[in-house]
Design a protein around this ligand. Structure first.
Ligand code: DX5
Ligand code: ZN
Length: 227
């Protein structure tokens, strides 16, 4: 299994102090920054775009930026995010007219492509794409808002995705996003996740470092339990 990564979602950060919030969470031990892009069209909420990603890079953020696109259309905005310093760019297959083309576009612009699966979306989209992508993102809430309840069927989907990744023999990150907290992160790790998005659980806590430490302890515990 690859090393586990903690990815705080800045959706729950204090946007009036975003640079300082990102510095604080990286200082507290985060591995990458999860960047939720919503368009009030594909999802019923509106957040941030490439300008904010670029501002974080200009602020001095060196950590990988994990852009989660919840937008339709997808392709128009991909080059802008690549130019703004995105590392991973993930999208929802339902939001793209031509999934293979969008994956190539992300790759051609020097970023790592990912596919995102809503709670009721089957993994079939991976049949002919898994060899082309670097990240599979399993949504454990319906996309659009922070602070929602974890949907338990996501654990079964994580296990199915982990089996597909193992069979492929490729290094593909398996990320879980939505409702992750200290109390359920171990179950997600056991089911096969290696990258853990957490918004409200980290930014809503009084001590980011303590929360991230507790999350890592839970993940490590899951590995020991499996041996
Ligand atoms: C939901 C977003 C998530 C969200 C997670 O549409 O994709 O990344 O910010 O927030 P929490 O961890 O609070 O569920
Ligand atoms: Zn997200």
């Amino acid at each position: 299994m690859p090393q586990s990564w903690i990815a705080p979602s800045i959706l729950s950060a204090d946007f009036a102090s975003l640079g300082a919030e990102v510095d604080a969470v990286l200082e507290a031990g985060a591995d990458l920054i999860h960047f939720d892009v919503m368009d009030n069209h594909y999802v019923p909420n509106l957040t941030i775009g490439p300008l904010v990603c670029e501002a974080l890079r200009r602020h001095g953020v060196k950590a990988p930026i994990d852009v989660h696109l919840m937008v339709r259309p997808v392709d128009r905005i991909v080059p802008d995010f690549a130019a703004a310093g995105a590392t991973y760019i993930s999208f929802h297959p339902e939001a793209s007219e031509h999934i293979d083309r969008t994956i190539s576009l992300i790759r051609e612009h020097g970023c790592c492509p990912g596919l995102v699966f809503n709670p009721a979306t089957p993994l079939d989209y991976l049949d002919y794409t898994l060899e082309l992508i670097d990240l599979v993102l399993i949504m454990s809430v319906n996309p659009g808002f922070a602070g929602q309840q974890f949907i338990p069927t996501s654990l079964r989907k994580l296990a199915d995705a982990r089996a597909r990744i193992a069979a492929s023999g490729r290094e593909v990150r398996l990320e879980i996003d939505g409702g992750i907290k200290v109390s359920n992160i171990r179950a997600a790790a056991r089911a096969g996740a290696d990258t853990f998005v957490a918004g409200s659980a980290i930014f809503g806590s009084p001590d980011y470092a303590q929360t991230i430490r507790e999350m890592r302890a839970q993940i490590d515990g899951s590995a020991q339990g499996a041996r």
